[in-house]
Design a protein around this ligand. Structure first.
Ligand SMILES: Nc1nc2c(c(=O)[nH]1)N[C@H]1C(S)=C(S)[C@@H](COP(=O)(O)O)O[C@H]1N2
Ligand SMILES: [Mo]
Length: 321
């Protein structure tokens, strides 16, 4: 008999962990009994020195709670995991949930290339495991003016980069998504040039806010959110947050980025959230938090100005949009 075990994001709305319980669980994490919280949540592992990485949608354990928290309500898991932009699985926001359902992410290799001392093909777990697994609650802002508040799980990209020992020639970091039109049916249509590519300037990549995320809401990333490994850059528009990464390259020159290639007058390399710089077809002054009715003012650098404004102090942000 075939017993189908439902993944957490396939659960009906009534089954999804209520927000209140999740908040209690976070308080457990705060007090440092992460192993107990992991146990309550159904995970059996007590640290993230996993024998095998948990499967997509399973609970992660050994997560350190951090102070990153904008202090506003989280966007519920059933919104974060069902309203997605992931063109490899369709252009509709409701398509990735279904089209990515059976996306195979095991094993998952990440190629490290370019100007560094430690190039090679790594199991993605080996890039992540040496570093503390943190929960950070970030504002998540799409260029299309919707936003969410997401409790990401992941590691500091800076920590990973340091271990790879970039050379003085490494001025940028380029990222690439998997290219596989069989596993990613959206790639059979040329809506973008595949694979999806993104990049950061080295100082942006090394900023303490920048994350390599492997999960959200206490569990591994659902496929539609970029399993098993995606970038999170909270002061930039969502399209910088490249999903399902298979290659990281240290480069001397600014790397091409997918949306800039597709429409360079609309999407720049920097893509910093900026209420004053309009998209050519719409204003960026306001945004709608998913789940709320009224729009709110967009915050400069998505509210992370204290941390990142210095990166751009001598730059014309209207020119380098
Ligand atoms: N590979 C890849 N990464 C991607 C995208 C994509 O289409 N393909 N969409 C981007 C956009 S526009 C946004 S807003 C975020 C959405 O992330 P979420 O679905 O986890 O909210 O993913 C980004 N990363
Ligand atoms: Mo987006």
């Amino acid at each position: 008999m075939h017993i189908k075990i439902r993944k957490s994001w396939e659960l009906g709305e009534q089954d999804v962990t209520p927000e209140k319980i999740f908040k209690q669980r976070r308080n457990f994490l705060k007090t440092g009994v992460a192993a107990i919280a992991g146990g309550l949540a159904g995970g059996l592992l007590s640290s993230h020195a996993f024998a095998a990485w948990p499967k997509a949608g399973d609970m992660l354990s050994g997560i350190t709670k951090t102070d990153f928290d904008p202090g506003i309500d989280l966007t519920p898991f059933d919104k974060v995991s069902t309203y997605n932009n992931f063109y490899e699985f369709g252009t509709g926001k409701d398509e990735p949930l279904y089209a990515a359902k059976d996306f195979q992410t095991e094993p998952w290799k990440v190629e490290i290339a370019g100007a560094c001392a430690k190039p090679g093909h790594y199991d993605f777990e080996d890039l992540i495991k040496p570093h503390p697994l943190e929960e950070r609650i970030y504002r998540h802002r799409c260029v299309e003016t919707w936003s969410m508040v997401v409790p990401w799980i992941g590691v500091s990209l800076a920590d990973v980069i340091k271990r790879l020992e970039p050379t003085s020639k490494a001025k940028y970091v380029a990222f690439e998504t998997l290219l596989d039109p069989v596993r990613m049916p959206g790639q059979r249509r040329q809506v973008l040039q595949w694979p999806y590519v993104e990049g950061l300037r080295m100082d942006e990549a090394m900023n303490p806010l920048t994350m390599l995320s492997v999960g959200l809401y206490g569990r591994t990333l659902p496929p539609q959110n970029g399993a098993p490994l995606r970038l999170v850059v909270p002061w930039k528009y969502g399209f910088k947050g490249i999903k399902s990464i298979v290659k990281i390259t240290f480069t001397e020159n600014e790397p091409p980025t997918s949306w800039n290639r597709s429409a360079r007058h609309e999407y720049g390399f920097y893509a910093n959230v900026n209420p004053e710089v309009s998209h050519p077809r719409w204003s960026q002054a306001k945004e709608r938090l998913i789940g709320e009715f009224f729009k709110k003012k967009t915050l400069m650098f998505n509210g992370y100005g204290d941390e990142v404004a210095g990166l751009y102090k001598n730059m014309d942000l209207a020119k380098f949009f």
